[in-house]
Every structure is written in structure tokens, then in C-alpha cells.
Ligand binder design. Structure first.
Ligand SMILES: *[C@@H]1O[C@H](CO)[C@@H](O)[C@H](O)[C@H]1NC(C)=O
Ligand SMILES: *[C@@H]1O[C@H](CO)[C@@H](O)[C@H](O)[C@H]1NC(C)=O
Ligand SMILES: *[C@@H]1O[C@H](CO)[C@@H](O)[C@H](O)[C@H]1NC(C)=O
Length: 721
């Protein structure tokens, strides 16, 4: 093995002393000690000792150990001994591994759909919990010991918290104590993006959940703030559990002593969120659904939108006529599938219906074999997952033995007529493989349709040159593309121009760079085009190793980057994680820094010290920022709410209040309303007590034509918690 010493991963830290260095004959390694530059008072006294072990040029293990300056010498002694013990050079062993499906908002280029991606959770014997994508990209990695609260390493591989979507991985943190036996003990609570989740929490006894608990549902997100609440006995749900959404009870039922659902239940639809408040009501018998189940859409009022029957014996099979909602069913995409089940399998004719304010319409469907193997046969019209009121994409073709065969057309419904806008061929053998020339239509962002991918398939893999085209209603122009490997691995290589998510007339963003073996490597530029031309506005570096890990200085665009809200972020990446100082740029009239703050240097993604953050709905007409301090990953102390008109240069204080040391709002607060902007400036003010609004709150309005008159009270609310 040839190894060279690399300690570049700590360049941006202040290296005080390289305490140990191993020779080349052995596996190469080094210890580095440094002090965090952070002025954060929790750490100002603490020295950090790190052990880095490298194999084959890549960083393998990085073990932080906290030491106070007074005792650093003792620790160096210990570490040196460790190093002479060969066993410590071994890769960390994996104690626990599981794969879960989470929505990473990732785009599948083959199926042209958002996919739930499988990610792996690894727990290692060096006390890390690692969330990584299948390509090995680390999404979040942290010590199982929590948030530096304890300084010894704890072996709590029993019962770690598991996150189920990207937002949770980034924002959800659990807080609590460990008992003597290194198991969770006592009250545990949670924060979301630094703010306490008031409702959430409960007790652990020797690592087991006991008694009353309230938890975020598995797929909790900012747009799906649903909690479930009930009782645990030795980590098993028992008795009545209820679902709460926006303070209202929306479902629930009973668990029996075996922890099975039993009796009448209302459960949430898969992917329940603000725009898709779907619930199912019916009966469970020993954990299986039986008899009639109804499907409800809850919006203003509850409306029955579907349902059917499960077998009477309680095997949990669907039986007979069913009206089901599509996977991506939501207010603007009300697609249902109607047909028959036999012993839990679809048989015979199934129809696809779409409904909107104008009524109900059959839009597609086809045949399943009678045999009950759920195999599609004959002519089918399928619809896009994102079949919405404003973009109606469908696929016409033939199935043979459950596989697509021969010509398939992609059509768009334009009012009354179906217009062909894409498609291609599947092989005639019935393998379901795409072959020859294809035009694939993106339905990624149905609000802004018009992107197609044109190129060739060989054995279901993209090969050779592919172009990305944009139909902007006036003409069709090529805006991106590149080459796939001719070997038929479907891997991108060489120079590529990629189209960003949500590309449309007011957000013409492309990324330009190089692929090696299907992975982004080296410098990638972000280009933005508008009426004034096409400029490079950002970018950064991917590691050459082909893991798509971002390193060094990056200038990135925000998710909602459009010509009227040009927000960008600039700072350092370390192993794909933001670390150190990050600035927030906003370009309107002039490009200036309007916010930012510091992430921990270790890549835990923890915000430290003073931050100026943008409001979620920040845009030209509602330039609102939050300004305050993070301590221990929680918002604490005074947070100010600042606001400026689009033509002003200074932000002015408009509201804010106080967080206590647990990230909970406490005391007098002035808050802005959803939809706050210059023509609709509405604020609320009143008292919080431990995170809950109490007593008299008033709502005030300011007329933008008469700013000098200030805010005028328009409403009073009483909270009696
Ligand atoms: C993308 O979709 C295709 C076709 O549905 C599927 O075969 C493939 O596994 C998907 N890829 C990922 C990464 O999910
Ligand atoms: C819900 O109620 C609001 C206000 O009454 C109304 O504007 C809206 O159209 C309703 N939405 C639906 C889906 O019925
Ligand atoms: C902007 O320029 C880049 C780099 O030359 C190019 O690849 C991209 O297609 C252009 N964008 C648009 C929208 O034309």
C-alpha cells in the first residue's frame, strides 16, 4: 500500500500541534490537535484532540475526543499508546445496519419521477450513527452521544432515533439524558431547526419508552406537522393512540396488549401532508384490516372519496370493488383508480379517474389478467404521478405479460385534445426494455412543464448523446445535455449541462461541469439566464474521488431561486457538510450579504452563535430576516424580526421576542403573519408562556400608503391555555 500523509481536512482549523505521525510502512495515520476558532463560550475553554486515520489516501476514521487544556498532556500520552496497538487501525465495525426508504426529493432520470430513495443507517462501534445514500454519500453523521452534552463516548446503539426523511435528518434533534447503564433515561424532548417541539416528548426507563408519549409521525415534515399521542409499555404502543394535526384530533384507535391495532380506527394516508389530508376509516382485527374501509379527503369539511372491502376472515386482503386514491393524490391532483380485487390482487378492468372543480372524468386505465397475478395486458393508458389540474401527462401503449412492448406515446391533454409530445419504443420481445430513439417528457415540476430529454436507449440504458430541450411556448431550444457511456452502463461522462430543478422562464438555471463514471467531479458552475443574458453566478468543487462529495468554497443558489428572489449561500464544505462561516446573498438592485452565520467546524451541521436567517417566505416584497443566537443547537435569548421594503437598504426592527434556554418561546412576542408582504403587513403581538400563547393577543395592520400612521389594531384574540 502506498500512502501519503494528508491532513488537508483540517486546513480550515487552527492546527496547534501535530502530535503523532506514523511511518509509511504501517497504515498511515496522524493525530492532530486543534482548538475550534469558535468564540462560542461553551467551547472557549476546551481543546480538541482528533485522531485521523487514513487508508489509501482517504480519510477513514476521525475520532474527536474532548479535552480540557489542563489535561491535554495526559491525553496525548494515552493516544500514543492507542496508536501502537494495531487493532485501532481497523475499519470501524458496523454494529447495526438497516435500510429505510425516505423521500430525498430526488429525481429518477429513467422513470422521470420523484423517487423515494433507500438510504442506509449504520451504527458503528466507534459510536457514530451514519445516514448515507446508496452511493455512499453521507447525509448526516453524528456521535450517538448527544450534542456534546456528555463528554464520554456512550454505547447507546440500543434504541437510536431513526429519521425518515431529509428534513428530519437536517432538523430533528432529540434531547435527554442517559442513565448509568448508558441507556436513555428520564424525560426526552425534541427540537426542530433549533426550536422546541412543544408537544413532543416522553419518558425513557432503561432505554425503553414508558408511559405517555407524544411523537412526530414517521413522515413528519414542515408541511406535515402531525403528532401521535398515547401510552407505551416497555417500548410497545398500548391502549388508545390519537393523531393530532394543527391542534385537531384527526384519527387514532386502540392497540391491544399484543401491540396490534384492534377495533375501529382512523389512520392517515401514506404521505399525509397539508395539501393531501387523506384519512382511512374502518376496523382492524388483530392488526389486520377487515370489512368496509372508507377513504376521506379532509379539507374545510370531510368528503368521502373512496373505499372498499377487506376480506371478512381478517387476512387483510382487499376484496371486490374498490375506489382507491393515487399515490400522489392531493388537492390539485385528485386521481383515483377504480376496479376489482380478488384475494388482494387487482383483476379485470381498472379505470383511472381525475376530478377537479369541473367534475369527474375518466382519463385512463386498462386490463389486469383474470388469474389474480396483477399482470397488466393489452392496451393501457397510464397517467403521470404528477397528473394535476394544470399539467396532464399520460402514456399510451400496450402491455404483454405485464411488460410494456413496442410503441408507447407520451401525450399531453390540452383542454379537449390529446397532443403527442414524446415517447419511444420498448423492445418487441416483451422484456420491457426501452430501445432506440426516445423523447422523455419531464413531469418533475408540473407547474412549469416544457422540459424534454431526447436521445437513444440500448437495452434500457441511455447511450451516446442526449439533449435537454425546453419548449417555452414560443419555440423549442436546447438548453442542456451531454453524453452517456456507449458501453451501455447508463453512466454520464464528460462535459454536461444539467437543468436545475424547477427550470422555467423566471428560473433558467443550469449547471455545467464534468462527469466521470456517472459522478460529478471537479468544478461545477451554476449558470443563470434572463433577459439580460446568461451568466455564471456560482458553483464549487466536487471531490475527484467520484463520490459527489462537495469540498471547499461553494456559492450555491437557494431552492426557490427565481429572477425575483435571487438568494444564494456561500461558504465552506467539509466532506459534503456545511461548516464554518456561511453568508446569505440577496441580489436585487445590488448583490449584497444580508444574512448568515456559523456552522460547527466538524460538519455536524449545527448552527452556532449569532445568525441572521431568512424567513421561509422571504422574497422581494417580503424581505424579513430573523436575527439571534444559537447555543447548543437551540435558539436562545432575544431574536429580532427585521424587515425592509424592496426599495430600502436598511432592515428595521419589526418584531421578535425571547427564547428560553430550551429553544422555547417565552415572554412578549411580536410575530408576522403568513403571507406578510408590503401590501399586507399584518403582525400579532402578545405573551408566550413556555411556548404557548396565553392571554390577550392583538392583531395589527399597517397600510403601506400610510406608513407614518404605524400599525393599527384590527382584532383581538384570547388564548386561555
Ligand atoms: C428509476 O426508475 C427506473 C424505472 O422505473 C428503475 O428501474 C430504477 O431502479 C430507478 N432508479 C432509482 C435510483 O430509483
Ligand atoms: C375551503 O373554504 C374556503 C373559504 O370558505 C374556500 O375559498 C375554498 O374554496 C374551500 N376549498 C375547498 C377545496 O372546498
Ligand atoms: C447558459 O450558458 C450555459 C453555459 O454556456 C449553457 O450551457 C446554458 O444552456 C445556457 N442557459 C440557457 C438557458 O440558455
Amino acid at each position: 500500500m502506498s500512502q501519503a500523509i494528508r491532513i488537508q481536512t483540517v486546513w480550515n482549523l487552527q492546527i496547534l500541534k501535530k502530535a503523532y505521525k506514523f511511518d509509511e510502512k504501517h497504515q498511515m495515520n496522524s493525530i492532530v490537535m486543534f482548538k475550534l476558532k469558535s468564540q462560542h463560550n461553551l467551547w472557549s475553554n476546551i481543546w480538541f484532540l482528533f485522531m485521523f486515520i487514513h487508508f489509501n489516501q482517504s480519510l477513514l476514521i476521525k475520532i474527536p475526543i474532548f479535552v480540557y487544556s489542563q489535561i491535554k498532556n495526559q491525553y496525548i500520552g494515552k493516544m500514543t499508546q492507542l496508536f501502537q496497538n494495531k487493532r485501532n487501525f481497523q475499519e470501524p465495525t458496523i454494529l447495526h445496519q438497516e435500510t429505510i426508504s425516505v423521500d430525498l426529493q430526488k429525481w429518477n432520470e429513467t422513470s422521470l419521477q420523484h423517487v423515494k430513495e433507500k438510504i442506509q443507517i449504520l451504527i458503528t462501534n466507534d459510536n457514530y450513527i451514519i445516514y448515507q445514500s446508496q452511493e455512499g454519500i453521507i447525509l448526516r453523521k453524528y456521535f450517538i452521544i448527544y450534542q456534546f452534552q456528555k463528554r464520554e463516548l456512550i454505547n447507546d446503539n440500543f434504541n437510536p432515533e431513526i429519521f425518515h426523511n431529509l428534513e428530519q435528518i437536517l432538523h430533528l434533534r432529540w434531547w435527554g439524558q442517559f442513565g448509568k447503564n448508558q441507556k436513555k433515561q428520564g424525560q426526552w424532548t425534541a427540537t426542530w431547526n433549533g426550536e422546541a417541539l412543544l408537544e413532543v416528548g416522553g419518558y425513557y426507563q432503561e432505554g425503553l419508552k414508558e408511559g405517555l408519549w407524544t411523537e412526530p409521525i414517521k413522515d413528519y415534515r414542515t408541511k406535515a406537522q402531525v403528532y401521535e399521542s398515547g401510552e407505551y409499555f416497555h417500548n410497545e404502543k398500548v391502549g388508545r393512540w390519537l393523531y393530532y394535526y394543527k391542534q385537531n384530533q384527526i384519527g387514532g384507535g386502540l392497540y391491544n396488549k399484543q401491540g396490534q391495532r384492534n377495533g375501529k380506527w382512523i389512520v392517515l394516508g401514506e404521505g399525509f401532508w397539508d395539501q393531501s389530508q387523506v384519512t382511512y376509516s374502518g376496523e382492524y382485527r388483530y392488526g389486520n384490516k377487515v370489512g368496509n374501509w372508507d377513504i376521506w379527503l379532509n379539507w374545510n369539511e370531510s368528503r368521502k372519496i373512496g373505499g372498499g372491502c377487506y376480506d371478512k376472515e381478517g387476512h387483510g386482503f382487499k376484496q371486490g370493488y374498490w375506489v382507491e386514491v393515487s399515490d400522489k393524490f392531493e388537492l390539485l391532483s385528485q386521481v383515483t383508480n377504480i376496479g376489482e380485487y380478488k384475494l388482494g390482487k387487482k383483476v379485470g378492468k381498472w379505470d383511472i379517474w381525475h376530478s377537479n372543480s369541473e367534475g369527474n372524468k375518466k382519463i385512463g386505465g386498462g386490463l389486469y389478467e383474470k388469474s389474480g397475478t396483477e399482470i397488466k395486458v393489452g392496451n393501457w393508458i397510464e397517467v403521470s404521478d404528477q397528473y394535476t389540474n394544470f399539467f396532464q401527462l399520460m402514456y399510451h401503449g400496450v402491455y404483454k405479460n405485464g411488460k410494456k412492448i413496442n410503441k408507447w406515446d407520451t401525450k399531453k391533454n390540452d383542454g379537449q385534445v390529446n397532443q403527442k409530445i414524446g415517447g419511444g419504443f420498448y423492445d418487441g420481445r416483451g422484456d420491457g426494455m426501452k430501445v432506440g430513439k426516445w423523447v422523455e417528457v419531464s413531469d418533475k415540476f408540473p407547474r412549469y412543464p416544457g422540459i424534454t430529454y431526447n436521445g437513444e436507449y440500448k437495452n434500457n440504458k441511455k447511450v451516446g448523446k442526449w439533449g435537454i430541450f425546453w419548449n417555452n411556448e414560443e419555440n423549442i431550444k436546447q438548453i442542456g445535455g451531454g453524453f452517456y457511456d456507449d458501453g451501455g452502463d447508463g453512466m454520464k461522462l464528460g462535459k454536461w449541462v444539467e437543468v436545475s430543478d424547477g427550470f422555467y422562464v423566471y428560473s433558467q438555471v443550469t449547471q455545467v461541469g464534468e462527469y466521470k463514471l456517472g459522478k460529478k467531479v471537479g468544478r461545477w458552475n451554476i449558470c443563470y439566464s434572463d433577459s439580460e443574458g446568461n451568466k455564471t453566478i456560482g458553483g464549487g468543487l466536487y471531490e475527484e474521488s467520484g463520490t459527489e462529495i462537495k469540498v471547499g468554497n461553494w456559492l450555491e443558489i437557494s431552492d426557490e431561486f427565481t429572477s425575483y428572489t435571487q438568494v444564494m449561500y456561500q461558504g465552506q464544505y467539509l466532506n459534503n457538510k456545511k461548516c464554518g462561516r456561511w453568508d446569505i446573498w440577496f441580489n436585487f438592485l445590488e448583490n449584497q450579504i444580508i444574512g448568515g452565520g456559523t456552522y460547527d467546524e466538524e460538519g455536524y451541521g449545527i448552527k452556532l452563535g449569532n445568525w441572521v436567517e431568512l424567513w421561509d417566505e422571504f422574497q422581494i416584497l417580503s424581505q424579513v430576516t430573523y436575527n439571534g443566537e444559537y447555543k447548543n443547537a437551540k435558539k436562545v435569548g432575544k431574536w429580532d424580526l427585521l424587515y425592509r421594503y424592496y426599495d430600502e437598504s436598511e432592515f428595521k426592527l419589526i418584531g421578535g421576542g425571547q427564547y428560553n434556554s430550551d429553544g422555547i418561546k417565552d415572554g412578549y412576542w411580536v410575530e408576522i403573519n403568513n403571507g406578510f408582504q408590503w401590501t399586507s403587513e399584518i403582525i400579532d403581538d402578545g405573551e408566550y408562556k413556555k411556548g404557548k400563547k396565553v392571554g390577550k393577543w392583538s392583531q395589527q395592520y399597517r397600510d403601506w400608503n400610510k406608513i407614518e400612521e404605524g400599525f393599527i389594531k384590527i382584532k383581538e384574540m384570547i388564548y386561555d391555555n
